[in-house]
Design a protein around this ligand. Structure first.
Ligand SMILES: [Mg+2]
Length: 271
């Protein structure tokens, strides 16, 4: 690895104490890290998170996905107990929330929201529509391609009604989306454009990324950068985890949720 903030799982496993002895804030990516793409976390991972949250640390999850999707997949209410909280960053860090259980109910506290304005939506939608119209796709478009969320515009390239098995094969090497992104970036210079999930591109406000959200979270819990560690799987160029390591935040590079499970088993024993 070129970037010296990135720790491979093999390096971590050989000497975990070295990498986590000063860590107080653990932040996980969701897709292909805590859970399979688009799927809920496994029973084992859920058990580990339940144990981990009771340790004297802060726990966060940060993903390119929207809040509803993240909440459905990590069973927040079951992981939490009344003494603890969990931090969730959505849309690549555009929004940052803290969740707690109070009076048997899940409560959401807003830490930060980078919302798009009506003008932003108009500008982005116009450009994306034009580019999608001009591009030739290898499969027919099924359903809506542009979805608006409070903090992002999501372009689902083959359309939201594309069946799962076709989505899996649509753009595994990300080449189609890299090409589309470079076209979007030529016309939308003041926004952040990222690959998301298997078929989508996410457009948010310019400064939005996972590193910004993690830095904000570090401040919020009154720690320093050295006390934070991030676990993710997309540290390649265009991957939305790379920016975290580029900001000199220690990052463990896992290959898949099975490796994350092994990492979690080490953490719960060590912390
Ligand atoms: Mg991921």
């Amino acid at each position: 690895m070129v970037n010296n903030s990135i720790i491979t799982f093999t390096q971590f496993k050989a000497n975990p104490h070295k990498y986590i002895h000063d860590k107080k804030l653990f932040i996980f990516d969701l897709d292909n890290t805590l859970a399979q793409n688009g799927k809920p976390i496994s029973k084992i991972t859920k058990k580990f998170l339940e144990t981990l949250i009771k340790k004297p640390i802060y726990l966060g999850i940060i993903s390119g996905r929207q809040l509803e999707n993240i909440l459905q997949r990590i069973y927040v209410q079951k992981i939490l107990d009344t003494k603890n909280s969990i931090f969730i960053g959505t849309n690549n860090g555009a929004c940052l929330y803290e969740f707690k259980i109070k009076n048997n109910k899940l409560q959401k506290y807003v830490i930060n929201q980078e919302l798009l304005t009506t003008m932003d939506y108009e500008k982005i939608t116009k450009v994306v529509k034009q580019i999608l119209k001009d591009i030739k796709l290898p499969i027919p478009v099924r359903g809506k391609q542009i979805i608006k969320t409070p903090s992002s515009v999501i372009a689902t390239i083959p359309g939201i009604d594309t069946p799962e098995h076709i989505k899996n094969k649509f753009d595994p090497d990300k080449k189609i989306r890299i090409r589309i992104i470079s076209k979007i970036k030529e016309l939308l210079t003041s926004y952040n454009v990222n690959i998301a999930g298997r078929t989508s591109i996410d457009i948010t406000k310019h400064k939005v990324n996972k590193a910004q959200a993690i830095k904000l979270l570090i401040k919020y819990v009154n720690l320093s950068k050295n006390n934070a560690i991030f676990i993710g799987d997309e540290f390649y160029q265009q991957g939305n985890d790379l920016i975290v390591a580029q900001n000199k935040i220690s990052s463990i590079f896992v290959q898949n949720p099975t490796q994350t499970q092994k990492l979690l088993s080490i953490l719960v024993n060590l912390l």
